[in-house]
Design a protein around this ligand. Structure first.
Ligand code: ADP
Ligand code: MG
Length: 252
């Protein structure tokens, strides 16, 4: 069964059709990449999946269940986590605290029972902490765990964002331009991390990416869009060879 289905989804901003009758589905365990020129509607697709926006038409389903009745904070509980095109972290908190804040924000934090310090709540908190430590280890971030995020180099902060997404134990991970601003070496490291996440954590990955070397290295399947519409899907080679894709990148 498909993990994620986007079914004839549309959204306009004023007169601009940012996403226009777009459909695609992502299989369980797939690394699926969305490409397209700037302004094609890629990040808007992620915002629609995360329920930041509500489509004017169409449906979005996770494991066969519509996400349209979910509020943005419930999307994480349903099993979708994301990173942003521009890093969004609590800059003045430590790396580890950023991962724990992420966990609480996902709606499992019950202030009253936390105050009463019920044993089950305490157990849950310890489980969160253990999970955060596991993710830190998984992404080789041990050396930085107590560092203030603002003091970390850009490449490491980008990894902290990935770590924060993983702490929620998603079924589907959405990565918006994971290589943007990274060096070639950091991009290679990111490619390994993405493959590791799929191979060893069994998470389905949907990625928006411009770096075609990274796209070619990790993607099982690629979808090209432009002006909010479907252009082509297939292997990276097939999509790059598609005349409509080439025309879109030339601005034709
Ligand atoms: P991409 O991620 O492919 O570069 P976006 O999804 O960010 O593209 O944007 C698609 C189009 O929608 C662009 O023309 C952009 O200017 C417009 N857009 C995106 N978000 C908004 C918004 N919140 N309000 C108005 N226009 C928007
Ligand atoms: Mg974008």
């Amino acid at each position: 069964m498909s993990a994620l289905v986007v079914d004839t989804v549309s959204l306009s901003f004023g007169g601009l059709k940012a996403v226009d009758g777009l459909s695609f589905s992502v299989e369980k365990g797939e690394i699926f990449t969305i490409i397209g020129p700037n302004g094609a509607g890629k990040s808007t697709v992620f915002n629609l999946i995360c329920r930041i926006y509500t489509p004017s038409h169409g449906d979005i389903r996770l494991d066969g269940r519509s996400l349209l009745d979910a509020k943005p904070h419930q999307v994480v509980q349903r099993g979708i986590a994301r990173t942003f095109q521009n890093i969004e972290l609590f800059e003045h908190a430590s790396l580890l605290d950023n991962l724990l804040i992420g966990r609480f924000r996902h709606g499992r934090f019950a202030p009253l029972s936390e105050l009463l310090f019920l044993p089950s709540q305490r157990r849950q908190e310890l489980a969160h902490r253990r999970r955060a430590e596991e993710v830190v280890e998984f992404l080789d971030l041990e050396a930085h765990r107590h560092a203030r995020v603002a003091d970390l180099p850009y490449g490491v902060r980008k990894k902290v964002e990935l770590a924060r997404a993983l702490v929620s134990e998603p079924k589907v991970l959405l990565l918006d331009e994971p290589s943007s601003g990274l060096t070639a070496e950091e991009t290679d490291d990111t490619a390994f991390a993405i493959q590791d996440i799929r191979d060893n954590l069994g998470i389905t990955v949907v990625m928006i990416e411009h770096d075609m070397k990274l796209v070619g290295k990790v993607s099982d399947r690629v979808l090209a869009i432009n002006e909010g519409r479907f252009l082509a899907t297939g292997t990276v080679g097939e999509v790059q060879a598609d005349p409509s894709v080439q025309a879109a990148y030339l601005g034709a």
